[in-house]
Ligand binder design. Structure first.
Ligand SMILES: [Zn+2]
Length: 206
């Protein structure tokens, strides 16, 4: 099933008609019916079809590629309706590596992909529609969002301005050297911080 369709199903969530008047049927000489409280217990995947009076699993319906696990197919195509055997619902979930849990993880992965945000360099050819990084990322993940990096754009602008104006260029050179000298030593950094806190600095700033 194509990703977009799966995602639409998952966003909608399992079909759980809680207020439906579930029909009764005789099973092993007793009246049985689907119980809406099961929706609470298996909230994320249990589906009920009013038309068929059958239960299904949303995760396995979307992602199962067939399993040899006993009774598994009932939750995908056949429909589960042996209401007296409610334990089958829990059995369906199974152990960590069960087919159901593999399908659950596949669903989670798909939804995570949709929410994944990729950042791009917002400059020059990096955002080129056909040759840029954006295109490469979108090829691998069509759901990546394009987030422009404004810090990088600002830096490029400053580089251009600095090249054209000697005074501006000299200012940024000095700042850059200062950052290297102070940032390269914890002792110098502490000295700068102490000076910033001192009254003397406050007086100059007024
Ligand atoms: Zn399942």
């Amino acid at each position: 099933m194509i990703k977009q369709v799966c995602r639409a199903y998952l966003l909608k969530g399992p079909c759980q008609p809680r207020n439906h008047d579930f029909p009764q049927k005789i099973e092993a000489n007793r009246k049985r019916k689907f119980v809406s409280a099961w929706f609470d217990e298996f909230k994320m995947w249990l589906e009920y079809s009013i038309a068929k009076d059958d239960a299904f699993c949303l995760y396995c319906y979307l992602f199962s590629s067939g399993s040899s696990e006993k009774g598994h197919d009932a939750f995908i195509s056949g429909g589960f309706n042996t209401w007296r055997k409610k334990d089958r619902l829990r059995d369906h979930v199974g152990e960590v590596n069960s087919d159901h849990n593999k399908c659950r993880l596949a669903c989670q992965d798909l939804m995570n992909q949709a929410q994944h945000i990729e950042g791009y360099d917002g400059a020059s050819n990096m955002r080129g529609e056909f040759s840029g990084l954006k295109t490469l990322i979108l090829k691998r993940n069509p759901n990546a969002y394009y987030v422009n990096c404004f810090a990088h754009q600002l830096q490029l602008t400053i580089v251009v301005v600095s090249k054209k104006h000697i005074i501006v260029g000299s200012f940024f050179n000095t700042i850059s050297r200062l950052c290297n000298v102070v940032g390269g030593s914890c002792k110098r950094r502490d000295m700068l911080r102490e000076n910033l806190k001192s009254e003397d600095y406050g007086r100059h700033c007024k």
